[in-house]
Design a binder for this molecule. Structure first.
Ligand code: SF4
Length: 327
């Protein structure tokens, strides 16, 4: 580990200012991913700006939406009365992620900023375009069982590891960020990016910008939603495939639908065509199977992850059945 400066910021403005004019400075809050990355020499910031004292921990109802501060702990969000009542999908997704100890340290902003768990990314002896642009991708021809089937590029086939983000993209959340030029909002679906020719870039944050909060608009999905995660172990494992499913139903008729997948792409993967196919239909296994087929169109497997092409639609169907109370 190299030496680095350490600085504390008590306001959003001070935090953003602390990054300006410091090349390769990073924010630190819970540190559940960043400290690992530093210990393994994947990243070597010259300065850490500790933002734990910035007052961004509130979870509150505002006009037509719930705002969750970027520094709210994952465990607190999952257990918060407003979230359980209005967005149980998010609560379920958070509880499916990591271990209780990590959820007690990890923040909402940090969860969004966590990096892929691709083994080649974490092994500095092996090529990885995300860690070292231009060095190659060890996973393309290597052990790629955990890797993406949607939106890949020749440069990178990694997946985003978050469960929380899969629920947030399904819930049409918005990210409020602050930077030297002021605040702006980014639709959650546009916050994370596909690898393309720049796999080293995970998201669309600009230089020196900081996540302030995540906003979830009110919706009618609280009665019929389900987060389903399939993984190698019962806990503390990343998703092979996960699905966030939410329905707004009138009896058995689907009025609105939201679907997103995790463990399949470089970003939380929203399934808008499959959502459209569900609207106006009667909730049934057959309806859900048809939507799942549409959802998987365009998926491409690599040597060791072809099982995701079968697992994916099955998890979509099961998540939708649970959401619709058909189990
Ligand atoms: Fe690196 Fe991406 Fe290839 Fe993994 S899949 S080795 S993160 S470039």
């Amino acid at each position: 580990m190299i030496q680095f400066q350490y600085e504390r910021a008590a306001t959003t403005k001070a935090a953003v200012s602390a990054l300006v004019n410091s090349s390769n400075a990073k924010f630190i809050a819970g540190g559940t991913n960043l400290v690992d990355l530093m210990k393994r020499n994947i990243t070597a910031p010259t300065k850490l700006v500790d933002i734990n004292q910035v007052p961004l921990k509130d979870i509150q109802q505002q006009n037509g939406k719930i705002s969750i501060g970027a520094l709210a702990l994952n465990s607190r969000v999952a257990e918060h009365k407003l979230i359980i009542e209005k967005h149980p999908l998010l609560s379920q997704a958070l509880n499916a992620g990591a271990s209780p100890q990590i959820r007690n340290m990890a923040t909402v902003g940090g969860n969004m900023m966590q990096r892929t768990r691709c083994h080649y990314f974490y092994d500095t002896a092996l090529p990885c375009n995300k860690r070292e642009p231009g060095s190659g991708c060890g996973a393309l021809e290597g052990l790629n069982r955990m890797h993406a089937v949607f939106g890949t590029s020749e440069q990178c086939i990694a997946v985003h590891p978050s469960d929380m983000c899969v629920a947030l993209v399904a819930l049409d959340a918005t990210v409020l960020v602050a930077g030297p030029k002021g605040e702006r909002r980014i639709p959650f679906e546009e916050f994370h990016r596909l690898p393309g020719k720049q796999p080293e870039k995970d998201n669309t944050l600009q230089n020196n910008e900081m996540i302030v909060s995540v906003e979830i608009p009110d919706n009618a999905f609280s009665k019929n939603s389900h987060y389903m995660k399939v993984r190698d172990r019962a806990s503390y494992a990343f998703a092979l495939v996960s699905v966030a499913a939410a329905l707004n139903m009138d009896g058995k008729i689907i009025k609105e639908a939201r679907l997103a997948m995790g463990g399949v792409a470089h970003k939380p993967w929203r399934l808008k065509e499959a959502e459209k196919a569900l609207i106006g239909k009667t909730a049934s296994e057959e309806t859900f199977r048809q939507a799942a087929e549409i959802a998987m169109q365009g998926a491409k497997a690599y040597k060791y992850n072809a099982f995701k092409l079968k697992l994916g639609p099955n998890v979509i169907v099961e998540a939708l059945k649970n959401a619709a109370d058909l189990v």
